[in-house]
Design a protein around this ligand. Structure first.
Ligand SMILES: [Zn+2]
Length: 418
């Protein structure tokens, strides 16, 4: 008989390597599931993963695995594709949200730092931030750089402040372009501050009462192209907040790496996305939260209908994007109203699944796919030799439905169960 799984999965001084057989192993890189797969790892790395047993020279004479878990699935730790670690997504009250954001930078930092361990315990091992203006993300990025931060803490990748047009949407998490002589020096300043990627805000947000993006775009396609050129010259990806067909069009034509949100995207724009190799992070959750808490938000009648229509159209666009083979990545916009850090990502996965994205695709994209958003492509997000042992083990089959990740699961983080 096996010892309790958590015990037999944890590396110790007496057992510096662990050899485990699991019923299913997600090979996110190749979007397939291995059956009765072997895993061998130590604290630093995965030494072997596959349907064949580890080679004898790695087993040092051992013939029996530490654990045989036929009813378990192992998968890479999840990567949150879009969140704002400085914000408290649980807070729904507008006044309390505003008061929270008025706290000093140090307090915001301390509260955000505490979230990193909570994320890892849920199985979220890294996150790409959408920006803050108080250096919270940048400090956490430095703290967790190279995956060597506090034990059991998710790694943070931050753009620093998002870049918006003076007087337009984005001031609460960003900085105006007008603070710089030109786009090139703006990007250079972000990089010097430690930005892992560049975040721009080419549009405002959806006016729910009107059911559309009312304000005109903040940046032209040509300006966005300049951001892209400057970012690429410095080895940084360009992440663009964009909703409304006009602004989304500018972002795609400007050649951004990822369109975030992308509400009201058109069929032609999806084709351009495919042709230009632009990835999409659809972030269903913040809008769905508005519907789920319509009472609290004061949405009734026409506004609520608008919200539902927007979500239905977004789901339709998602299915078109899947058919076109667009790279759809998974980010929840955690930190925005009603979107919790951690559970928000699971909710986003659930909404993608409800909208028609295949479960295997979602699980592969939230791990190996999202890894491509991170500079240097860190050695996690896949269960393969040489990668870090940051994995989820669960007996609630996530390949049946991503909702099964809401159930309890074990998180292996550098050889220890959290
Ligand atoms: Zn965001």
């Amino acid at each position: 008989m096996n010892a309790a799984p958590a015990e037999s999965l944890t590396t110790t001084a007496a057992n510096p390597t662990r050899w485990v057989i699991v019923g299913q192993l997600l090979d996110a890189k190749n979007r397939r599931v291995l059956s009765n797969a072997h895993l061998l790892y130590d604290q630093q790395q995965i030494l072997h993963a596959g349907e064949t047993p580890p080679p004898a020279d790695l087993l040092a004479g051992r013939t029996i695995p530490d654990a045989t878990l036929p009813d378990y699935t192992a998968l890479p730790g999840l990567i949150e594709g879009h969140s704002h670690i400085f914000l408290d997504g649980d807070e729904l009250n507008v006044d309390k949200r505003a008061a929270y954001q008025k706290q000093d930078a140090e307090t915001l930092y301390q509260q955000a730092a505490q979230r990193l361990r909570a994320l890892a315990r849920l199985g979220i091992i890294a996150m790409r931030d959408g920006g803050d203006k108080d250096q919270v993300g940048l400090r956490l990025s430095k703290l967790t750089a190279n995956g060597s931060g506090p034990a059991g803490a998710a790694q943070v990748f931050s753009p620093g402040a998002g870049i918006h047009r003076q007087g337009r949407y984005g001031a609460f998490f960003g900085r105006a372009l007008e603070n710089y002589p030109d786009i090139e020096s703006c990007v250079q300043a972000c990089v010097e501050e430690g930005a892992d990627h560049i975040k721009i805000v080419p549009t405002g947000i959806i006016n729910f009462a009107k059911g559309q993006v009312v304000a005109k775009p903040q940046f032209s396609a040509e300006e966005i192209r300049q951001f892209k050129t400057a970012a690429r010259a410095r080895g940084r990806q360009l992440m663009a907040h964009a909703s409304g067909d006009l602004g989304v069009g500018h972002a795609i034509d400007g050649g951004v790496d990822t369109v975030e949100h992308g509400f009201f995207i058109t069929a032609d724009q999806l084709k351009n996305m495919r042709d230009y190799g632009v990835a999409w992070v659809p972030t269903f959750t913040p809008v769905q939260e508005q519907v789920d808490h319509a009472d609290l938000m004061g949405w009734t009648g026409e506004t609520l209908d608008n919200l539902k229509k927007i979500l239905a159209n977004h789901a339709h666009s998602l299915r078109q994007a899947l058919t076109l083979g667009i790279n759809i990545l998974v980010g929840s916009d955690a930190g925005s109203c009603g979107v919790s850090h951690g559970l928000g990502l699971l909710r986003e996965m659930e909404l993608l699944e409800n909208a028609g994205m295949p479960t295997l695709t979602i699980l592969s994209q939230v791990t190996y796919g999202n890894r491509h958003l991170l500079p240097g492509q860190p050695p996690y997000g896949s269960v393969e030799k040489g990668f870090k042992p940051r994995l989820i083990f669960t007996r609630h089959n996530p390949l049946a439905t991503v909702r099964n990740l809401y159930h309890e699961h074990l998180v292996l983080f550098d050889g220890k169960i959290l």
